[in-house]
Design a protein around this ligand. Structure first.
Ligand SMILES: [Zn+2]
Length: 249
């Protein structure tokens, strides 16, 4: 069993069937993160025929300014989701500072709800790592999954001490920082993710399918100097442990 702890099924477009076949053939448990309500409902529909896909509801920080007025209508989706995501803050890619108050409002709402319903969160932290660490403490979140961390290592250590899990993404083998992060993190807190087909494209120009997780496991095994099968097995165990407070399925 492989783990893709952060993907976006709505990004595959005409290649969706191929992606779903790859998920099935390789037995990849996949957190299908939402950008908004529409993409959540899309992923929920896919889950009906594809039990390996776990639909997650969240409002992506890039979509906060289009959704902050609808917070009251989200509770039903939060209640039924096993994992809340994608949520978070982004002060790196979002340059319009006038959008930040909406991002903070939406993020705080989701953290409040995650606390209320004892949910695991899948968090985007780009450029807001320290603020997110403070929020996680404030809302006493259980085993948050930090998506594709790329911030300061001292904040990462605080998140690690808190109990967070960290997804390693498709830039492993290309990014010195990611290598440093994987070296620093203990294997029992590492998960793998592909973040949709366009993330690998962003890294090396190639369209990414979910079986890219195999390459990520391989790269982690090289960095940690451990056998491939041991890394693969530990990541699957980590995923189960992260979900202990609220079974995935
Ligand atoms: Zn994402």
């Amino acid at each position: 069993m492989y783990i893709d702890a952060h993907n976006h099924l709505d990004f595959y477009g005409k290649n969706l069937d191929k992606a779903l076949n790859i998920i099935k053939q390789n037995n990849i448990i996949t957190l299908g993160c939402a950008m908004d309500v529409q993409t959540y409902l899309f992923t929920k529909e896919i889950n009906k025929d594809n039990p390996l896909i776990i639909p997650c509801f969240g409002i992506h920080p890039w979509k906060a300014d289009e959704n902050f007025m609808n917070l009251d209508s989200f509770e039903q989706y939060i209640k039924e989701s096993k994992v809340i995501g994608e949520i978070g803050l982004d002060y790196h890619w979002v340059l319009e500072k006038e959008k930040y108050p909406y991002m903070r409002q939406v993020f705080s709402y989701f953290l409040k709800m995650a606390y209320k319903y004892n949910k695991i969160t899948n968090i985007h932290t780009k450029g807001a790592e320290e603020e997110i660490y403070e929020s996680i403490k404030k809302y006493e979140l259980k085993t948050p999954i930090i998506h594709w961390y790329s911030g300061p290592l001292d904040t990462m250590k605080k998140l690690l001490d808190y109990g967070c899990y960290f997804t390693t993404s498709v830039d492993i083998g290309y990014s010195k920082l990611t290598e440093e992060i994987v070296k620093t993190l203990p294997l029992n807190r590492i998960l793998t993710e592909t973040d949709g087909p366009t993330s690998l494209e962003w890294v090396n120009g190639q369209y990414g399918y979910p079986d890219e997780v195999k390459n990520i496991v391989n790269q982690i095994a090289i960095i940690k100097n451990l056998p491939y099968e041991e890394v693969k097995h530990t990541i699957a165990e980590n995923f189960k442990k992260a979900g202990e407070c609220n079974e995935y399925s």
